[in-house]
Write a protein that binds this ligand. Structure first.
Ligand code: SF4
Length: 695
């Protein structure tokens, strides 16, 4: 979608170094090789488009199977002291290399690709002081730092903040372990997350053929790349975590901030009646798929084998983060050991982390629990089954849980049973020892080259889009602002509770249509809860009441009908509306289907910006309790958003007309600055760029 937007901006080439990564489309089913082959066949049209558009506009293209974007960035582009933006919320992963990585929407990326300034509200800085050492830990890993922090700050506690780590504990971590922490900082909604430059980063740079950068970083590390603690400390708040006392954590289900120290998980499982038996365990994702992670997994598997446990107890899916990690781990025998133990080695891609999991072992709707080393665990995230209870943890715990098959297991205190003589029914018990690992391999192997470098001469390159395609379509500009639209707007849906970008634009099979706005819009809000429909009615999920006919249908169908009738509508949202990924389809879809305003108790940062970029008007209730006063059939008019009236920091008045003719008024806030108001007037930021260019 970013490329489609860049094309519609009418420029010749990107103005800054840019890469495109194909990591989200490979469906996990049979294992790495076959899954990749199937993806290359099934998605060739999209891959051809990405490849040709990259060639045309001077962009580097990492082909399917090359790895997950953040791992490729870490291996090739992340440099201490640098700044990178990426159209994925886990871009802060680069903070493990002392680089500020910030997740943005595609329209933001297009601004940067076009050579325009990219902007951000100046964030606050939260310092996290790490004391103790992970080297003294037994089952505790860097994942537990961020799982613990998620429990402290919750999913929106990092909003508008950069999380900066410092303190003696930092020195006990390898670069990829630091990247794990920064990566999952997206789950607390932070703008970014960063570690100061350390020798471990220098070691990683040297091992990935960038010793010259390590040398430069070593030369300039003090004071440029060190943390700002000390007499001139500038943190807005400081949180302290003692690594010596930090327990392993398991977070979930359904939200990554529901943090459980391992010793208390068993009680939580019983109290909440979560399914205790695990149906699957997974290691991988951009959070935990490093060489160091896979080495730990191998060590545990070898322990089990030596104790006579031949196979894992539940399906165990493992994805390497990149082709380089895959090739190195394969040569090290890691994957042979994994396959021997019954694990399925998946391709170097996102896979089940993003719902690309052709899961057949558990029927949709059946309650079950899965555990993974991923970062996100919203309902339906992995397998489109909202009854799957997903827990996130470290790779080592995900591995031992693959052997125990039970969420109440604690490797620090419990043993797993080994059947020594199945015919005689004899079992013995075996206790895992904490895993050993190596921060880095003796040498990384490059594996198969799946990179297409930017083309210097693009004159003969044609961008490949079939006009009849149901997966790709060029974007048509949205209409400019029209005052009359914000008078007497009907409400499409009043969203209740958590509404992530996965609720607004679900992933999994829908990824197929990411380049075709009309088709992907058929998924809009299909897993969101509607407060206008009683929770006892199964249609309260993904359905809306047509504000004119009062007919109940799926949200996208009601929106399409309104669009056909020329009716512009608004959405009412709850707290932290649009949390989670940077998926800009969540902003494009409502805009495409005739939405113009979203009024919520609060917005997640990236989504709020995405809405503004697409010419939508995100507003927040000045009094969050007003959310409860909105009733089905209400009509909303806004004052103070018209040209000349809307000003940065100036409130907007909302007039609500009830179905019975009565009315009430209240105040709403917006966060537009003067430049962003121009996007709104033009119909989108892209329209505004084009207007400026024409002028
Ligand atoms: Fe891919 Fe999951 Fe990482 Fe997103 S969070 S980039 S889906 S591995």
């Amino acid at each position: 979608m970013a490329l489609l937007q860049f094309i519609s901006a009418g420029l010749e080439k990107v103005a800054i170094p840019t890469t495109v990564h194909s990591d989200h489309l490979i469906v996990s089913k049979f294992g790495a090789e076959l899954d990749l082959q199937n993806a290359l066949i099934e998605h060739h049209e999209v891959y051809d488009f990405l490849s040709s558009a990259s060639k045309k506009y001077g962009i580097g293209y990492w082909k399917a199977g090359s790895g997950i974007i953040h791992i490729i960035i870490f291996e090739n582009y992340a440099v201490p002291g640098g700044l990178i933006i990426g159209t994925d919320s886990h871009t802060p992963n680069a903070g493990g290399m002392g680089m500020l990585g910030i997740g943005v929407g595609g329209a933001d990326a297009v601004d940067a690709m076009a050579g325009m300034s990219w902007e951000l509200m100046c964030p606050k800085i939260t310092g996290v002081r790490l004391t103790g050492s992970l080297r003294n830990s037994r089952w505790t890993s860097s994942k537990d730092i961020i799982c613990k922090l998620a429990g402290i700050l919750k999913v929106s506690g990092g909003k508008g903040k950069i999380i900066e780590f410092f303190g003696p504990g930092v020195e006990s971590m390898g670069a990829t372990a630091m990247a794990t922490v920064c990566n999952m900082s997206a789950e607390i909604g932070s703008t970014s997350c960063i570690f100061p430059y350390t020798e471990a980063m220098g070691r990683y740079l040297a091992s990935t053929k960038r010793a010259d950068i390590a040398k430069a970083a070593n030369t300039y590390s003090t004071p440029l790349l060190t943390a700002d603690h000390g007499s001139d400390a500038y943190y807005d708040e400081v949180i302290e975590i003692d690594l010596d006392a930090l327990e392993p954590h398991i977070n979930g289900p359904f939200t990554p901030d529901l943090a459980h120290p391992l010793s208390r998980l068993s009680d939580a499982v019983a109290k909440n009646n979560w399914p205790a038996q695990l149906s699957s365990s997974m290691v991988g994702s951009c959070t935990n798929s490093s060489y160091e992670d896979l080495k730990k997994v191998q060590h545990l598997i070898k322990q089990a084998k030596a104790a006579g446990i031949a196979k894992v107890k539940v399906p165990f899916l493992v994805s390497p983060g990149s082709e380089q990690i895959r090739a190195t781990a394969e040569a090290d025998g890691i994957f042979d050991d994994l396959r021997d133990a019954g694990a399925t080695v998946l391709s170097s891609s996102c896979g089940p982390c993003v719902g690309q999991w052709d899961r057949t072992d558990v029927p949709k709707g059946e309650r079950n629990s899965v555990i993974s080393s991923y970062n996100r665990n919203f309902a339906g995230r992995h397998d489109s089954n909202s009854a799957t209870h997903s827990f996130v943890t470290s790779p080592e715990l995900a591995t031992v849980f693959a052997y125990s098959g039970d969420l109440r297991f604690n490797p620090a205190t419990d043993a797993v049973s080994v059947s020594t003589s199945p015919s005689a029914g004899l079992t013995e018990s075996f206790r895992f020892e904490p895993p050993e690992s190596s921060e880095l391999p003796p040498a990384f192997l490059p594996g198969e080259l799946r990179y297409q470098a930017p083309t210097l001469d693009n004159r003969s390159v044609q961008v490949q889009i079939d006009p009849g395609s149901d997966r790709l379509r060029l974007i048509r500009p949205f209409a400019p602002w029209q005052d009359e639209n914000v008078h007497d707007m009907p409400i499409l849906i009043k969203v209740k509770g958590k509404c992530t970008t996965d609720h607004i634009s679900p992933a999994g099979p829908w990824y197929k249509y990411r380049g075709h706005l009309e088709n992907i819009s058929n998924n809009m809000l299909t897993v969101a809860s509607n407060a206008f429909i009683p929770p006892t009615d199964t249609r309260c999920i993904g359905h809306a009441i047509d504000p004119e006919t009062r007919k109940v249908d799926s949200v996208p169908l009601v929106a399409q009908d309104l669009k056909k009738r020329g009716v512009k509508w608004c959405i009412i949202g709850d707290h932290n509306y649009g949390e989670g990924s940077s998926r800009e389809h969540a902003a494009l879809e409502p805009r495409f289907l005739g939405g113009i305003v979203i009024i919520a108790r609060g917005f997640a940062r990236i989504h709020e910006t995405n809405l503004k970029k697409q010419g939508m008007l995100p507003l927040t209730f000045d009094d969050p309790a007003d959310y409860d006063r909105i009733a089905e059939g209400d009509r909303i008019s806004l004052r103070g958003v018209q040209p000349g009236e809307m000003k940065p920091g100036k409130q907007v008045t909302m007039h609500v007309r009830r179905r019975d003719g009565s009315s009430w008024e209240t105040h709403l806030n917006h966060s537009f600055h003067a430049g962003q108001i121009q996007w709104l007037r033009a119909g989108s930021a892209l329209n505004h760029i084009k207007n400026v260019q024409r002028a």
